[in-house]
Design a protein around this ligand. Structure first.
Ligand code: NAP
Length: 279
């Protein structure tokens, strides 16, 4: 088969992988845009990751998404790493280039910001401090992107304080660390509030930080999207905040990879949301 006639194949690599929504989303976009291509979930062990990444391009793969627990390790295996992926310390999107080089990027922060811009069109990142709950992998992408769009002060609090301190060491003095027992204090005067912990997710403990410091008009978002409207978002909405669910971040972070692999920017619309939600 000639190079031109090859049907592009992409996929998502993780362990476990059955929970991933990415195959549903990409299949929906391929179908509705009428594009040839396949997107496949692949369960890969860490020890096999290097050889798998070397083999996939030979089998017609144009790239992959990478999810837990390989997002950090793939940086070591990539030939080219974008500045933002290096800063975050993790990649979620790999492009297999024609010169056999693997290009690694992190689109989580892009997805996060796009979701806020679409979900809260009046959002002004410089209107006041941002408050971020959690300091795990997703928080690193959120913090990097908030700094990039000009947020002047990011308050951050994590159950394990050392992880929040590590973020401050990596990202600088615009970050202010709060003890987890005083996390509610971050909300005073905050213009943007983000939950990046897994609290409130189906099967996980509830989010119990008091939210009475929230002000009406504050833009509040939760990275958790199962359930779609978390109790955290519900409380914020009751207090007059502008709330944005986490599903849009998942959809927006997928668009750069899809465009690179299949040649067209896919729409983030209600049909895409339904493709993921109705599964
Ligand atoms: P992670 O690296 O494992 O971090 C988990 C975070 O949750 C840490 O800050 C952790 O605190 C905190 N946490 C967990 N259990 C806790 C508890 N009982 N009490 C207080 N804090 C607790 O995971 P991640 O990759 O950052 O993902 C975090 C969440 O974001 C997940 O729910 C994930 O599904 C979601 N997410 C959504 C998107 C999207 O597109 N919407 C993208 C990425 C992630 P410690 O450090 O103290 O353990």
């Amino acid at each position: 088969m000639s190079e031109e006639a090859r049907i592009p194949i992409a996929g998502v690599i993780g362990q476990p992988i059955t929970h991933s929504k990415s195959p549903l989303l990409h299949a929906h976009w391929l179908k509705t845009l009428g594009l040839p291509g396949h997107y496949i979930p692949m369960r890969v062990e860490r020890n096999d990751l290097k050889s798998v990444l070397q083999t996939l391009p030979k089998a017609g793969f144009v790239g992959v998404n990478v999810t837990i627990p390989h997002k950090e390790y793939v940086l070591e295996l990539a030939d080219l790493v974008t500045d933002r992926a290096a800063l975050i310390g993790a990649a979620n999107t790999l492009i297999f280039r024609k010169d056999d080089k693997i290009h690694a990027d992190n689109t989580d922060g892009y997805g996060f910001i796009e979701n806020l811009r679409h979900g809260a069109p009046g959002w002004n990142p410089v209107a006041g401090p941002a408050a971020v709950f959690g300091a795990g992998g997703a928080a690193r992408a959120v913090v990097a992107s908030l700094l990039e769009v000009g947020v002047r002060e990011i308050r951050i609090s994590n159950r394990t304080r050392s992880r929040a301190d590590a973020l401050r060491a990596d990202f600088g003095s615009r970050l202010v660390v709060y003890d987890w027992v005083q996390a509610g204090n971050m909300l005073e005067g905050a213009a943007t509030v983000v939950n990046t912990t897994s609290l409130g997710m189906v099967g996980k403990p509830a989010f119990r930080v008091p939210l009475d410091g929230l002000s009406p008009g504050t833009v509040v978002t939760d990275l958790v999207y199962a359930p779609l409207i978390t109790p955290f978002l519900e409380t914020a909405a009751q207090m007059g905040c502008i709330t944005v669910d986490g599903l849009g971040m998942l959809l927006h972070q997928a668009t750069p990879g899809f465009e690179r692999w299949f040649g067209k920017r896919p729409p983030v619309d209600e049909a895409a949301r339904r493709a993921v939600l109705d599964s």
